[in-house]
Design a protein around this ligand. Structure first.
Ligand code: RET
Length: 242
């Protein structure tokens, strides 16, 4: 069982590493659009590291509620905000909206973490809080971000729509897998859970990055909120600049 989970982790690490190369390449070729490619490279690069840690069998912490794969939850905590940030770099909402979406996302992942390390009522309550936060996040992705994206040119709106849909559909499978896995109802084994999460992570990160890179022409059309020069030129107006 453990050997299987380790194998899947290494497959994940290799896949994520390979999936980082196109973003690094564009970062190098188009330095003026660096925030976009750095965000994408961060998503897959962090995941490659996290899977390598899991491949070495490190980072599993035994807790009262069960084993917490720290690398996985740290990965999610860092990369899900980056994926949201990429959507925001296309839709260009206000900074407040970006902060709110990322804050809600952190509640989702933190709630999931608490649910893993606790048992009984506390665990299910944490799962409930995380799920409610997730519903709020989906609302933001389906209604708030598109309102900002509406003022973007057609090409930007189309790419935003595709990436946003990939995100909403795939992310929604995570709590389902979590529920079926040993963390929830225990209908899946730990190695099947690992396999399914590697697959989901791969499509939601590398799939996202490949669609983003293949549609990178759209970046040239993005209108920033507080000015009509590209963020890479004004610097100050770019949400990624903190
Ligand atoms: C948990 C359990 C608690 C309830 C919910 C969850 C949602 C997790 C999500 C994770 C997404 C991860 C991604 C990783 C890599 O790209 C924490 C499983 C709602 C949405 C996209």
């Amino acid at each position: 069982m453990l050997a299987d989970a380790t194998l899947w982790a290494w497959i994940g690490a290799l896949g994520m590493f390979a999936g980082t190369i196109p973003s690094l390449w564009l970062w190098y070729r188009r330095p003026s659009e660096w925030e976009y490619y750095a965000t994408l490279a961060g998503v897959t690069g962090i995941a490659a590291l996290a899977y390598a840690v899991m491949g070495f069998g490190a980072g599993n912490v035994a807790t009262g509620g069960g084993v917490l794969p720290v690398a996985r939850y740290v990965d999610w905590l860092l990369t899900t905000p980056l994926l949201i940030l990429y959507l925001a770099l296309l839709a260009r909402p206000s900074r407040r909206v970006i902060v709110a979406l990322i804050a809600v996302d952190v509640v989702v992942i933190a709630g999931g973490t608490v649910a893993v390390v606790t048992t009984g009522f506390v665990s299910w309550a944490a799962f409930g809080v995380a799920t409610l936060a997730y519903v709020g996040l989906v609302y933001g992705l389906l209604t708030v971000l598109p309102r900002s994206a509406a003022s973007q040119p057609d090409r930007v709106r189309a790419v935003f729509g595709t990436l946003r849909n990939i995100t909403v559909v795939l992310w929604t499978l995570y709590p389902v897998v979590w529920l079926l896995a040993p963390t929830g109802l225990g209908l899946l084994t730990a190695s099947t859970e690992m396999l399914v999460f590697v697959y989901l992570d791969f499509v939601s990160k590398v799939g996202f990055a490949i669609v983003a890179v293949a549609s990178a022409d759209a970046i040239g059309y993005v209108d920033t909120v507080d000015g009509d020069r590209p963020a890479a030129v004004t610097g100050a107006s770019a949400p990624a600049d903190d």
